[in-house]
Design a protein around this ligand. Sequence first.
Ligand code: UD1
Length: 388
Amino acid sequence: MRIVSVVGARPNFMKLAPVDRELAKRRDVEHLIVHTGQHYDRDMSAAFFEELWIPAPDYHLGVGSGSHAAQIAAVLERLEPVLVDLRPDMVVLYGDVNSTLAAALVAAKLGLRVGHVEAGLRSGDWTMSEEVNRVLTDRVSELLFTPSRDAGANLVAEGVAADRIHFVGNVMIDSLCWALPQAAERAAPRHHGLHGTSYVVATLHRPPNVDDPATLALLLDVLGTLSRERPVVFPVHPRARRCLRAAGLTIERGGDLRLIDPVGYLEMLGLVAEATLVITDSGGLQEETTFLGVPCLTVRPNTERPITCRHGTNQLVPPRRDAMLAAAERAVARRAPVRPMIERWDGHTAERIVRVLCHEERFDAQDSDPAHDLPLPAAEPVADYASP
Ligand code: UD1
């Protein structure tokens, strides 16, 4: 059986790693990796392959940056001949980035079978390009691997036949469980002089938060204010770095706000695991903080991962100074003593995915652990989300 995984951007790599490791155990499977090149800086791409023990990609398409249309078009053109040549039995795609959608289209047009890891997540926000990518990728995928039951329910509500949906759990948590001991050994907090102290980790890169100079200035001001009480470490995504430069923003004196280059997976995990609070607009961090029991404020009006708010440590906040400072204070003061347990976020998701891929096993939502069969409480409403 020949399986081709297509990845392209940072959040894809930690989802690919456990699936690759699981497939590598099988003699009857040839697993090939195609990297589109959407992310290309060493610290956004190659560093993740090394730390997560992912073999070097078999094909690199080198698409690089560009408008969304240009990026997607480049993947369409460059991936097609590779898949025509390889004729895989299955194309496996991950997450919701532009490379995911582009690869889904190429595979579907070639009549290839597609499996989508992290299917069914929905923010309901069509202004997010990731939402477009998610919905369209799911539409053309035959096997839909969902991380949570709400994701399966979203697919059913869209008319997807239940036999295409496999409730396998969250593959990001496989990577996290695998990497946590190594992350602890690296002692990132100690290297940053933070071990044993209370500190905040921040990441912000989404267009609504960083493209508008006024919003970016406000967010930087909030982080600066928080940093007067405890250090704030902010690994800056290339997009955010460019926006900071373009807006000519600088850090005010009087606090301990540290803008650093993007960090690798293990360093980030080490920092987050010991953090007092995380402030982010990333998808993955909402899940990782939930698993680790670290309070998280997500600066967005919605989330495609509502389970992290209902059962986890995540809370949505508007990009407003008073709301963010109050939410930060509350989140730190009310930190729960135990970490949340989320159904099938157990480090075995890749095993289930491979059992579906290779043995056509089924993982229905109905097979769930009765302890988790309680109805989901409503997500906390985002009462005062408004422009700053
Ligand atoms: C992409 C994903 C987003 C994910 C994020 C994580 C889409 C639509 N978005 O957003 O879901 O949360 O990755 O990182 O696919 N750049 C570099 N070096 C790199 C990569 C990017 O300098 O290695 C710069 C480029 O100037 C580029 C900009 O960052 O224009 C944005 O990169 P892009 O891949 O287009 O989208 P992200 O904002 O990273």
